[in-house]
Design a protein around this ligand. Structure first.
Ligand code: ATP
Ligand code: MG
Length: 183
């Protein structure tokens, strides 16, 4: 699954629409402290269905919405869009009819989050499954937060196993089994 564009609008410090084009090869993001580098990675995690405010360094989910600055009022919504290259038609069925799969998540104050895949309304779970099956996902071990390496070194065996399962691409199966057992 290759990501080709990340667009942020009203997400954290990215108050104006901002595109990050992800080209072939390695992409580096550099800038002074506080310029928003970590916010970019959080946007990526968020659009893939992250629902733990702590993982977004916030107290509540609405904290991802631009909160205002000296010269700019706060926004009422935040939106992140992710383009995924689907020219080889590797996306799961139902998401697989176009060269680009676009996943959009939008949160509006007091109205919660809504997701779209290729302009169709989808559920959070559909988006989480889409990425869990592709071994990317909001909890992917490929996304390394600041401070996470030392957390890993100190982790208990159970937590470390979860990371290995995610890397092996089987966590989507666990989620489905869990849901089947609830039914
Ligand atoms: P470092 O190099 O220190 O790791 P960074 O480039 O990773 O810095 P971030 O942590 O991504 O920086 O950005 C932090 C900035 O984002 C802070 O200035 C903070 O005020 C701003 N910010 C976070 N949430 C919001 C929000 N909801 N609204 C407006 N600004 C926000
Ligand atoms: Mg940072």
């Amino acid at each position: 699954m290759r990501f080709t564009r990340l667009r942020l609008n009203g997400f954290k410090s990215f108050v104006d629409p901002t595109d990050l084009m992800i080209l072939d090869g390695l992409t580096g993001v550099v800038g002074p402290n506080g310029c928003g580098k970590s916010n970019l990675l959080e946007a990526l995690r968020w659009v893939m269905g992250e629902n733990r405010p702590t993982a977004m360094r916030g107290g509540g989910m609405e904290d991802v919405i631009f909160a205002g600055a000296a010269t700019r009022p706060a926004r009422n919504f935040a939106e992140v869009s992710l383009h995924i290259d689907n020219s080889e038609r590797l996306a799961p069925s139902g998401f697989n009819d176009q060269d680009v799969l676009e996943v959009v998540r939008r949160i509006t104050r007091d109205a919660g989050s809504a997701y779209k895949a290729n302009t169709k309304d989808v559920r959070a779970r559909d988006v989480q499954m889409l990425f869990a099956d592709a071994s990317t996902g909001a909890h992917s071990p490929a996304l390394v937060r600041q401070g996470q390496i030392s957390e890993l070194i100190n982790a208990k065996p159970k937590a470390r196993r979860r990371i290995l399962e995610e890397a092996a691409g089987i966590s989507g199966l666990y989620q489905r089994r869990h849901e089947a057992e609830l039914k």
